[in-house]
Design a protein around this ligand. Structure first.
Ligand SMILES: N[C@@H](CCOP(=O)(O)O)C(=O)O
Length: 474
């Protein structure tokens, strides 16, 4: 299997080269030339597998045998050894129509750990086996950064620089990133928002001579391996919900409700569905930064005004992986995708209508939950089920309440642990106990460099960091 760009201007690449490339060299996103389909018989075989085994099966369909089986097994075992739940991503039943897929049992208490623990091991493996220099550049609205840093801190042959928006991530997210004092980690706190951080890194990735000279690698979901690793828990959730439904499984449709910012998590579900997993509704849950909800309702994709909310990881206007969805919506026509993306860049909006919009509305459901609605749901589920939702998960539960119909059940994805967002939880007078790994962060020193929202400044910081000068300040 080879990988090509959504904009059609990259020679087909193998799996490892695709991961190393990250953002397509033509500015597009890499996708498999064909999506492997999984038969009912295979699904039946997979349903008894535990998470790690399932990961290996799915990954092997995409990796062209470029990683020998034993090596892959070792990478997967090492990636999930630090998870606190033996199931990695367990499913809890809250009521007859609502199941929660808990994705927060990794080292930084967010769903990003599932893919990024693997990516850390993977990059380390590629650095050792191919002698590649790995200089990671990433942007975060809070969770990706912490998970990516945790995945590679202290690893030989790897350096990582993460841009986060200054004072726009939660306190715990900030501490998780900035209390890491390993020499191979640089935190840049940018006076802007997440979209600014993401724009800067994409511009740097698009500068091919800078990218090549500094060996820049991506850890955000622009990198296809992130998408792939995330498909695993869609399959896992589907199987575990089916198990729990027992004899009702045959008569119930299973939806997923997914808190979404950069469209990477929900795109993994789209891919799983295209592979043959019989998910019913793919429900996109956002907060008041609701560009995706507006797109699904009206066909217009137009970044709006940035809103600071109680769910900062989803405070995003420009969703990277939207381009991958557009590619499939436009029947894999890369020339059309390029035209649409050029229009987005020049006019600040794109628009689909007629049959295309009907297709969007048949493939996706979307809700942008209001801040107050999220808090109200946290209160309600705590009191009715003694289950504490984090503010992102609460948006997913709001979308479940809006779209789940008779004869359906929904797996709502719990994308983070509530302790990461105590600022919001405290607003409704709920006092939570912090896991020790989070409680101990406050006593640690922080290391980060606060900079202006300026690509030239980021460039200077990166050049110094990659050249070996430590620029992080206490
Ligand atoms: N919500 C994310 C934003 C980056 O998304 P990614 O999936 O492309 O890494 C975050 O928490 O940083």
């Amino acid at each position: 299997m080879n990988y090509i760009s959504t904009r059609g201007q990259v020679e087909p690449k193998g799996f490892i080269d695709t991961v190393l490339m990250g953002l397509g060299e033509d500015g597009g996103l890499m996708v498999p030339e064909t999506i492997p389909s999984v038969s009912a018989e295979t699904l039946n075989k997979w349903k008894g597998l535990e998470f790690r085994e399932l990961f290996i099966e799915i990954f092997s369909l995409y990796a062209n045998g470029e990683i020998p089986e034993n090596d892959l097994k070792e990478l997967v075992d090492a990636s999930y050894a630090s998870f606190r739940d033996p199931e990695v991503t367990p499913v809890r039943k809250l009521n007859d129509s609502l199941y929660i897929l808990e994705l927060f049992h990794g080292p930084t208490f967010a769903f990003k750990d599932v893919a990024l623990q693997f990516m850390g091991e993977f990059y380390s493996y590629v650095s050792k086996t191919r002698g590649e220099i790995i200089h990671i550049l990433g942007a975060t609205s809070g969770d990706t950064g912490a998970a990516a840093i945790q995945g590679v801190r202290g690893k030989e042959g790897i350096k990582i620089c993460i841009l986060h928006p200054h004072e726009k991530v939660s306190k715990v997210q900030e501490l998780q990133m900035t209390t890491v004092n390993d020499k191979n980690v640089l935190n840049l706190s940018v006076k802007g928002n997440f979209d600014d951080c993401q724009r800067i890194i994409k511009e740097l990735f698009s500068d091919l001579s800078f990218k090549g000279e500094h060996h820049l690698r991506a850890i955000n979901s622009i990198n296809f391996v992130r998408i792939l690793a995330q498909t695993v828990y869609y399959f896992y959730a589907y199987f575990r919900v089916s198990d729990q439904l027992g004899s009702d499984a045959a008569s119930k449709k299973i939806n997923v409700s997914v808190p979404s910012g950069n469209f990477g998590n929900i795109f993994s579900g789209f891919l799983a569905k295209k592979m043959g997993l019989p998910i019913n509704k793919l429900i996109i849950a956002t907060n008041e930064n609701n560009i995706l909800e507006r797109f699904v309702q009206t066909g217009e994709y137009r970044p709006g005004e940035f809103r600071k909310t109680h769910s900062p990881s989803m405070d995003i206007q420009v969703a990277s992986n939207f381009e991958r969805y557009l590619y499939y919506l436009l029947d894999e026509d890369s020339a059309k995708v390029s035209d649409y993306m050029a229009q987005l860049a020049s006019e600040g909006r794109i628009f689909v209508e007629g049959e295309l919009l009907e297709r969007v509305q048949s493939e996706l459901h979307a809700l942008g939950a209001k801040n107050e609605q999220g808090l109200e749901l946290i209160r309600k589920y705590k009191s009715e089920y003694d289950y504490l939702l984090d503010p992102h998960t609460a948006c997913g539960v709001a979308a479940y309440e809006a779209f789940n119909e008779e004869g359906e059940v929904t797996a709502a994805f719990a994308t983070a642990h509530p302790a990461k967002f105590d600022e919001a939880v405290r607003l409704i007078n709920i006092v939570q106990e912090f896991p020790v790994q989070i409680a101990e962060l406050v006593a640690k020193d922080q290391f980060q460099t606060v900079i202006e929202n300026d690509k030239a400044e980021v460039t200077r910081q990166l050049e110094a960091f990659f050249a070996g000068d430590t620029v992080s300040k206490a």
